[in-house]
Design a protein around this ligand. Sequence first.
Ligand code: TXA
Ligand code: MG
Length: 313
Amino acid sequence: MTIRKATPEAIAEASRILLSGGLVSFPTETVYGLGAVATNTDAVSKIFSIKGRPSINPLIVHVGSADWVSQFAETDDRYEKLARTLWPGPISFVVKLKPDNTISKLVTAGLNTVAVRHPRGAIANELLTTVKTPLAAPSANKSGAVSPTNASHVAESLDGEIDMILDGGNCEVGLESTVLDISSNGPAVILRPGAVTQESLTGIIGPVLQDDASPDLPKSPGQMLSHYAPSLPVRLNALDQEQGEALLGFGSLEGATLNLSPSGNLSEAATNLFRMLRELDSPNKYRAIAVASIPNTGIGIAINDRLKKAARQ
Ligand code: TXA
Ligand code: MG
């Protein structure tokens, strides 16, 4: 078993594994990542093969502080302002690479931009400050599947294929980071909604666009590929349970098999979403998962984005 409780000794061991080209899954405040040293092409290539991830879908580079980014990417005033206000936290920024950078080309899928993130989770930060070098880390699941929010989710799909899983319990946010493209001179564009919302970004830098304006031309190369999908069919905006369905409720909905948040709290629903989808994804017990309607405000926008992808809509 490769799961280790994230003690200082385990983090030191994880750091040695990473620096010698291995892969370690570690908790962040959003979901568990599958990390490799971002400058090590051999290590990064293992991420793609283990996940079954298409090579056109670039990875997020995780840093231990905002000033690491200037080693490999352009950092303008808008970046500085956003990073100062929102990091460490659940948002990634797409910025321009510097021409002489040493980040593996596999990480960025050969683009001239890179997504960067300074996570808030204590274990992720201890790991980053111990390895002292940026880590490329997608969510620690097989490509297309639901992201892991605890160590056993990671083990269910990747145990035996990676060198270590650092166990830090359940992730606080439960949904992947907001991805914000600030690589052009025009308005910033949200490529993936997350816990940091359009309203809060607008409050910091003025008008921010949501990428769904042109769904045929996804700016995030992975957007059209990611499904976040359980194996069972998912039916959205359910008011009741049909024959053979599990019902994932929200708020006061009666008769739910599981409820994302009985009190109707959207942050609690986000934290529970992926764990509960996994729990209900049981073809032996159910033929489909019906999900109650979720208010489309605040982090509800990100929840509905993941649910639509889970329902393959
Ligand atoms: O919360 C998170 O972001 C988690 C944790 C582990 O930090 N990571 C994560 O990584 O969700 P992943 O690989 O599952 O999602 C990365 C997303 C993809 O949609 C990818 O297309 C986009 O970021 N992305 C990465 N680099 C990009 C770039 N240069 N331009 C546009 N989109 C990019
Ligand atoms: Mg992912």
